[in-house]
Design a protein around this ligand. Structure first.
Ligand SMILES: [Zn+2]
Length: 319
């Protein structure tokens, strides 16, 4: 024990993945190994100060429990929707139980007397890929999360591209259809309204309800997937339509960012060939000829439950 403490004090970052439903806290070392993980219901925190106090107490307790390893907390990294990385605040977090502008990084620094950093959730997952996933071997890639909505981030020259306000690389709000579906951003026809889980379901309903053979499958993305597996032609067509538009959008993004690869991440990527085949077909078809066969679309190399945590930790270890 003495030798272990003397020669290898464990340097840890506390990583927090703050989501609309659940919040995950982890202690992560510099090799990306998780030494603790706990999950909380985000809705239990009525105010940001409750959240900061609860997380801080949980961090302190988890570190005490690792006492044999003489751990040193290097800082706290938080991945959260609607994060303004430069201002270190959450801005109008619509999916969280709080409103207004929340100076979350400064609140953690006051409470824990250590450094804290904040980044949006998709960018956190992209950093997880860059530092601990297959992206370690690349300087340039796009990272796209396909969940309820779309999140995306761009790594170029080995760095996360954040842009003036931290929103760079947001592919979900590229307009794909003039006067198309209404988007949460206030415009119409954004990629997110077609290609994320809700978009897939909307396309399925549209196709199914215009046909006389109405089916009774549950109307969520999992239900559409199960319907496709049983041969439901509308479900298969919905995946084809979704994949075609995503592949086309990704081909366009290559013209701007010249990546070595595009990583797809999130629940929808579990749909196998129903999604991947049309994505890859439309991607190759719409790529500029100089890029054909040179840009891979591949699944993320980081476990889905760890990507944002690892990226949030990397904010502390790699800053
Ligand atoms: Zn939009």
């Amino acid at each position: 024990m003495f030798l272990k403490n003397l020669f290898s004090p464990l340097k840890l970052a506390a990583a927090i993945d703050l989501g609309g439903t659940n919040t995950t806290l982890a202690l992560v070392d510099q090799q990306g190994k998780l030494h603790h993980r706990s999950i909380f219901s985000t809705k239990d925190f009525a105010a940001p100060v409750d959240f900061v106090n609860s997380m801080s107490g949980a961090i302190e307790k988890a570190i005490r429990e690792l006492g044999d390893y003489n751990p040193r907390l290097q800082g706290i990294g938080v991945g959260a929707p609607n994060s303004h990385a430069r201002l270190r605040v959450l801005e109008q977090p619509v999916n969280l139980p709080w409103s207004g502008v929340v100076p979350l990084a400064a609140m953690f620094e006051d409470r824990m007397q250590c450094r804290a950093s904040l980044i949006n959730d998709a960018q956190a997952a992209a950093l997880g890929e860059l530092h601990f996933g297959d992206g370690r071997l690349m300087d340039d890639f796009l990272f796209v999360t396909l969940g309820t909505g779309i999140g995306s981030a761009m790594i170029a020259n080995g760095q996360l591209i954040q842009g003036q306000a931290g929103f760079a690389g947001e592919l979900g709000h590229v307009i794909m259809e003039q006067n198309g579906r209404a988007c949460n951003c206030g415009r119409k026809g954004c990629l997110e309204t077609y290609v994320a889980a809700n978009g897939l379901v909307a396309t399925y309903k549209q196709l199914r309800d215009t046909d006389t053979l109405e089916s009774n499958h549950a109307l969520n993305a999992e239900g559409v997937f199960q319907a496709a597996r049983t041969g439901d032609k509308h479900a298969i067509a919905a995946f084809n339509s979704t994949g075609e538009m995503l592949g086309r959008a990704l081909a366009n993004s290559v013209a701007i960012s010249n990546p070595a690869a595009i990583f797809l991440f999130g629940g929808l990527t579990q749909a196998g060939d129903f999604l991947w085949r049309p994505v890859r077909q439309a991607f190759e078809k719409n790529l500029m000829s100089i890029y054909r066969s040179h840009v891979q679309i591949r699944p993320s190399g980081v476990p889905s439950k760890e990507a944002a945590l690892l990226g949030a930790a990397s904010l502390i270890f790699n800053d």
